[in-house]
Design a binder for this molecule. Structure first.
Ligand code: B16
Ligand code: MG
Length: 215
């Protein structure tokens, strides 16, 4: 198949911000009086901030008013921003930069498709904005993954068809979003979690654009 564009999830694909999201949610859970494990955190990956809180409260069996929930998400985000404050380009996951460079050389377009409202700030800190022809993030999308909106908007911005795109995702909800949008999808992480992807890779080291043509 002929791939004209790659759409990248941000958290967990380009950079491991997932660990900082986890730490910030874990702190909130502890303040609310319960343990929040890394396995439970899998359910929050790719999920919007408020939807993540709702899952967390369900796990802790805790009820909260809308006002309290807004307060909790604000506090969580404040803490998350403190964690990522010092983030540097050296936190870009191994193999990502060479792969982005090879896309540019091959004339394959690239976009970010992230649920995060913090995506623009992170991309700036990582100094990688020049690699992307479009950035679609939590500020521009109303329907969260597994709804394909974020990736369909990406394809539209790049002026390519969904069937000409490959999505790179670390979350089960993101894999579903890509497939729901009629795109090919490469899972980045563990195959037990990302089993619905067309291909699962552990990371970008030794991953080359030739493999895109096998999809
Ligand atoms: P924020 P992605 C997602 O980013 C994260 O995976 C998810 O854990 C987070 O809750 C969501 O962004 C919202 O992030 O609170 O920064 O708006 O994986 O879609 O790039
Ligand atoms: Mg992700």
């Amino acid at each position: 198949m002929h791939i004209k564009a790659c759409l990248f999830d941000l958290d967990g694909v380009i950079v491991d911000t997932a660990k900082y999201h986890y730490l910030a949610w874990k702190e909130l859970a502890e303040r609310l009086g319960f343990e929040f494990t890394e396995a439970q955190n899998e359910r929050l990956k790719g999920v919007s901030r408020m939807a993540s809180l709702n899952i967390l409260l369900e796990i802790g069996n805790i009820r909260a008013s809308e006002t309290e929930k807004i307060q909790m998400t604000n506090n969580k985000n404040k803490r998350y921003l403190e964690f990522i404050e010092q983030m540097q380009p050296d936190e870009i996951l191994p193999g990502v930069l060479p792969f982005l460079e090879s896309l540019k050389k091959a004339g394959i377009k690239a976009a970010i498709g992230s649920a995060s409202k913090n995506a623009p700030g992170i991309i700036e800190k990582l100094q990688i904005s020049h690699f992307f022809d479009a950035i679609i993030d939590g500020n521009t999308v109303t329907n969260a993954k597994p709804n394909p909106e974020v990736f369909l908007k990406g394809a539209l911005a790049l002026n390519v068809l969904p069937s000409e795109c490959v999505v790179f995702e670390d979350a089960a909800s993101g894999i579903e979003a890509a497939l729901n949008g009629g795109m090919k999808c490469i899972g980045v992480g563990h195959s037990e979690i990302l089993q619905n992807a067309d291909l699962v890779i552990s990371g970008f080291i030794n991953f080359s654009i030739d493999r895109l043509m096998e999809l």
